[in-house]
Design a protein around this ligand. Structure first.
Ligand code: PLP
Length: 453
């Protein structure tokens, strides 16, 4: 079971059980319980380094620099923020809570970005007090809000303007649409022949002495497997930058191309290769700037899933196993084996939310049994509580088996809930044959502690 979609530290022992970075999953289950999020630290670090070095090399080769921000929304704990920083990444946050984690990890304010389409005054003030390197503003109202709060504090706020380019990506293709119907950013397309909301926002920032315009930000989607979308969006942003220079005389120094780099979730999936995509984007933006007659800005990117997704797996214990007879469209019957585990949509909402596909294996032992068509389901009161829609599992899968779901490092714990009053599982890091708890398992006392009776 080595290779995608598992982290690099995952492999089977001679006795058939699986180990992660040298730690037997049976020991992980015995020590930390299940369900548990297991994070392969070396794998996280390797991916973080791979993204940084690939982008630094590619953008250096065309004569500019790049900063890689780890998108904390994918998974942020104090240790994870430290790992990112130790590997030379900065940290992108999307709320006051994420900002608090980054600060607790002692990430310097200057290396933190704050996102959000509806930041509160308290979140903006906290960011200003921490001296964050950039606040990414998302609306005209927010520009005024940040300016007012910066004036209140007597500081100059460094801001980027988030724009929507009309390019949307995710999956294997990208689409470009003229007008946006979504809550993020400001459109580069004029509403009715006049100035675009993006241009209005950039000019509005320039008018404020309390604001320093760093540059333009664009994020086009998630789980992108074709780099063409990044290049198309970059072209639009660089053209806007040139137009702004023409209008105002200010050629902004920075452009952020957001996150969204795709990973392997299933055996056979091919992840986006950081070296390849970095080279493609760097060469493309260099060509665009040459055509526009502008110097290259400094770039930044914000990968989240690509750094932490493959580094994580979720370890469950199998409970009820139930064969269910299903009628196919052609009228024939077939059997699907429903394998229930001790977690579900509360620890991974992505299958229910997006129909996301995952891969699972029995990991506490090997089996010589033939495989059967299985569906891994959780223990919640929802028929949509599906962990893995379709997977081949050994026919002898049974109660007490340990089962792992691959590539759950991103948007599992960070989107987890307490639905049905399930305590959220721990985040356990594994490295060099040892495990340690990064975030402990919630207890019934944690759940009841919030209830005022
Ligand atoms: C602005 C921004 N940056 C970065 C990311 C991270 O995306 P991913 O985890 O797909 O790389 C997101 C995800 O939604 C985002 O909205």
């Amino acid at each position: 079971m080595t290779g995608a979609p598992w982290s690099s530290g995952v492999g089977r022992r001679p006795d058939g059980a699986v180990a992660v970075a040298g730690v037997d999953v049976r020991d992980l289950a015995a020590e930390h319980g299940t369900p548990a999020y297991v994070l392969d630290e070396a794998d996280f670090r390797t991916r973080a380094r791979a993204y940084r070095t690939a982008f630094e090399a590619a953008f250096g080769a065309v004569g500019t620099g790049v900063d890689v921000y780890y998108a904390g929304k994918a998974l942020l704990t104090v240790a994870v923020a430290r790992w990112a920083r130790e590997e030379g990444l900065r940290v992108d946050t999307a709320s006051g809570g994420e900002l608090a984690v980054a600060l607790r990890a002692e990430v310097p304010g200057a290396e933190i970005g704050l996102h959000g389409n509806n930041k509160s005054d308290a979140e903006i003030l906290r960011a200003l007090d921490a001296g964050v390197g950039r606040i990414i503003v998302d609306s005209l109202v927010e520009i005024e809000r940040v300016a007012r709060l910066a004036a209140e504090r007597g500081v100059v706020a460094p801001v980027m303007v988030r724009v929507t380019t009309g390019v949307h990506a995710g999956g294997h293709e990208y689409i470009a649409t003229a007008h946006e119907d979504q809550k993020f950013g400001l459109s580069v397309n004029p509403a009715s022949g006049g100035e675009s909301p993006a241009m209005t926002a950039l000019l509005q920032v320039l008018k404020h002495p309390e604001l320093r315009l760093l540059g333009i930000h664009s994020h086009i989607g998630s789980q992108i497997l074709d780099p063409d979308g990044f290049e198309a969006a970059a072209r639009v942003v660089l053209r806007l930058r040139a137009d702004l220079a023409e209008r105002s005389g200010v050629l902004v120094d920075e452009v952020d191309l957001g996150g969204g780099y795709g990973i392997a979730y299933l055996p056979g999936d091919v992840a986006l290769d950081p070296e390849r995509v970095a080279k493609d984007i760097a060469q493309s933006v260099a060509g665009v700037c040459q055509d526009l007659g502008t110097s290259l800005p400094r770039f930044s990117i914000e990968p989240g899933r690509a750094i932490v997704g493959p580094a994580g797996l979720t370890l469950y214990t199998v409970g009820t196993v139930k064969p269910v007879t299903v009628s196919a469209d052609d009228g024939t019957d077939f059997t699907r084996t429903y394998v229930s585990v001790d977690g579900g949509m509360s620890d991974n909402i992505r299958p229910a939310l997006y129909g996301a596909a995952y891969h699972a294996e029995v990991v506490g032992r090997s089996s010589a049994a033939e495989t059967v068509l299985a569906r891994v389901v959780g223990k919640h009161c929802e028929s949509g509580d599906i962990v893995v829609h379709e997977v081949q599992l050994p026919a002898d899968v049974r109660e007490g088996d340990l089962l792992a779901v691959a590539a759950t490092g991103a948007y599992g714990r960070s989107m987890a809930s307490n639905y049905n009053m399930l305590p959220r599982p721990p985040v356990v890091a594994v490295a060099d044959g040892a495990s340690r708890v990064l975030v402990r398992r919630e207890t019934e006392d944690d759940l009841l502690g919030l209830d005022q009776g």
